[in-house]
Design a protein around this ligand. Sequence first.
Ligand code: NAD
Ligand code: IPM
Ligand code: MN
Length: 365
Amino acid sequence: MNLKILVTAGDGIGPEVTNQAVAVLKEVAAMGGHSFTFDAKRIGGVAIVQDGTPLPADTLNAALASDAVLLGAVGGNEFNSLPPGKRPEAGLLQIRAALGGFANLRPAFAFKELAVNSPLRPEVIEGADILFVRELLGGLYFGQPREWNRAAGEAWNTMRYTRDEVARVARIAFQLASRRRNKVCSVDKANVLEVSQLWRATVTEIAMEFPTVALEHQYVDAMAMHLMNRPRDFDVVVTENLFGDILSDESGVITGSLGMLPSATIGGKVNLYEPVHGSAPDIAGKGLANPLGAILTAALILRHSAGLEAEAAAVESAVRKTLEQGFRTPDLARGDTTGLKVLSTTEMGAKVRETVKSQLSAVRS
Ligand code: NAD
Ligand code: IPM
Ligand code: MN
């Protein structure tokens, strides 16, 4: 298996966590005789400083010529006063648009060992396993017109969707649900917004193509509550761009830390892989970042871009085993830490790699 991976590590903890994800991928490649090649390019704040733009042409061209892009995170406090189009985050939105992936898969799996780390009771989250399918190229993020008219003291953004944009992401959600627990929950605000009424009508229409999958609709405000009260009831959750952004971070409460959440964006020219979390300027450069979200993102590369399902599952199970053995990064060691071993970012990466190696050699012998 040959795979050309472009790493755009970005800012803050981005480089720290992607280094660990890349090291895991290298281990998998070495064990299986696969040829994975890695190239690194700038994006975000680091690119603004060095190249004068958050997405240099060189980075974009390399991304389009790769088989998969692994992104760390972008953003930093020093850029907070810039307008949206000039900020590090603009580089991320531009690369998403250029690569064309519209379905951002954000699995949230509650590892049993991390239940104590969540403010929710263990019996509420135990076994929770949700796949958010976030529409990534439409809605408020990309809708026109958008402007801050300072003279008028007025600003506006536009939440816009076409029927086809909703239909294509809904189809992905139903297809994925048919391989899981056959449930789709579509989240909108159809009691207030026309764009949500189009969303709901379209999702309902696409559901007819998937008679074995049960569809329910929830309003986004109620959904924010249901996710905390009864997360185990949900299988696939499909929603528009901004609602998906918000609800997926909220699911960090179910998993015990935002640092546990991976993502894969599919459906475009080149798949884009990024952990859900941001550049975490508050902990950057201190070795405190949890690399497991990025490592689980590496597993998604193996699954969705390399077709190496067994290896993807081995990485996921190595993460579980590492947690079972009591290893934690500081974000996973709140409260009573008796019996736990708190590790730095690089130490955690090394532990997972060790386990990946022994799992894959066990499979091969
Ligand atoms: P954040 O996700 O960076 O951090 C939120 C909180 O979670 C912080 O307390 C942080 O320390 C913690 N956290 C996040 N990831 C962690 C990890 N792997 N291990 C341990 N703790 C972790 O969100 P924010 O603080 O709202 O945003 C910071 C910057 O990141 C902003 O510029 C924002 O725009 C950007 N951002 C980028 C992306 C991305 O590039 N994909 C995603 C979200 C936010
Ligand atoms: C995410 C982030 C991004 C988003 C920002 C940084 C543009 O929050 O990936 O969840 O809102 O999509
Ligand atoms: Mn977000």
